[in-house]
Design a protein around this ligand. Structure first.
Ligand SMILES: [Zn+2]
Length: 242
């Protein structure tokens, strides 16, 4: 959907009485201004939030490299600043890097000015480290406020079709593989996490996600399930060059 339409939708949601939950619900229900599925409508895109993490991200990059899979890493600006070498490695190995706020703060708790700052500051960190401007933005927890369509310009907001609960050790051990295998290869966008330090997550969870991901990648290879390059999120008509 065109950005102008998105802004009109955000303004409507705001006027209708909600800066936070109402806007998020409205945007998610209508899909206004949000990308959450590959434009091609086939395959699966993997995305990883909250890193980079010095323990888990290198292992994840090794694994993705082994299977020749490219992903988007939605990095927390503060973490990126602490581990610039990991961003450089992501870029070198052909992955895309997106914005996930500087402090992993929910947009529901941010004023428009603070929202803009979280986005811009992270974009500047990514550009400073990699030499490239990011194209994609994912708000923490997928929570939007009515200012996002205005202050996120020119970045494309990406949510997901499948969020699988991998921030908990117990979920990784019991349910994650089944949940991953149930994701349809119809342009689905899956979110996983390569850092467990945020509130509500288990620190050790990525260490339990990784062996499950290995099994899943083997399953995909065996069954010919295509894991798409994340540039497939957008098509040429959006004028984005990845
Ligand atoms: Zn997050």
């Amino acid at each position: 959907m065109k950005r102008g339409v998105w802004r009109a939708a955000a303004a409507t949601a705001f006027i209708c009485g909600s800066y936070t939950a109402g806007t998020t619900l409205f945007m998610r229900l209508t899909g206004a201004g949000i990308v959450r599925r590959a434009a091609a409508g086939t395959g699966i895109i993997l995305t990883f939030d909250d890193g980079p993490n010095p323990l888990y991200t290198p292992k994840l990059l090794d694994l993705l490299g082994e299977y020749g899979v490219k992903a988007i890493f939605f990095v927390v600006g503060r973490h990126a600043e602490q581990h610039p070498e990991l961003l450089r490695r992501m870029q070198r190995e052909g992955h895309l890097i997106g914005i996930h706020h500087y402090h992993h703060r929910s947009a529901w708790r941010l004023t428009p000015r603070q929202t803009k700052r979280e986005i811009r500051r992270t974009a500047a960190v990514i550009e400073r480290i990699t030499g490239n401007k990011p194209h994609f933005y994912r708000p923490p927890y997928g929570k939007l406020n009515a200012a996002v369509p205005f202050v996120s310009d020119p970045f494309i907001t990406v949510i997901w079709t499948h969020i699988l609960g991998d921030w908990k050790v117990r979920t990784c051990d019991r349910d994650l593989l089944g949940r991953m295998m149930a994701v349809p290869a119809d342009g689905s966008v899956v979110v996983l996490h390569d850092d467990g330090s945020n509130k509500g997550a288990d620190d050790a969870a990525p260490g339990h996600m990784l062996p499950v991901l290995r099994q899943y990648l083997g399953h995909c290879r065996e069954h010919g399930i295509e894991l798409l390059h994340p540039g497939s999120l957008v098509n040429d008509s959006r004028g984005v060059r990845i």
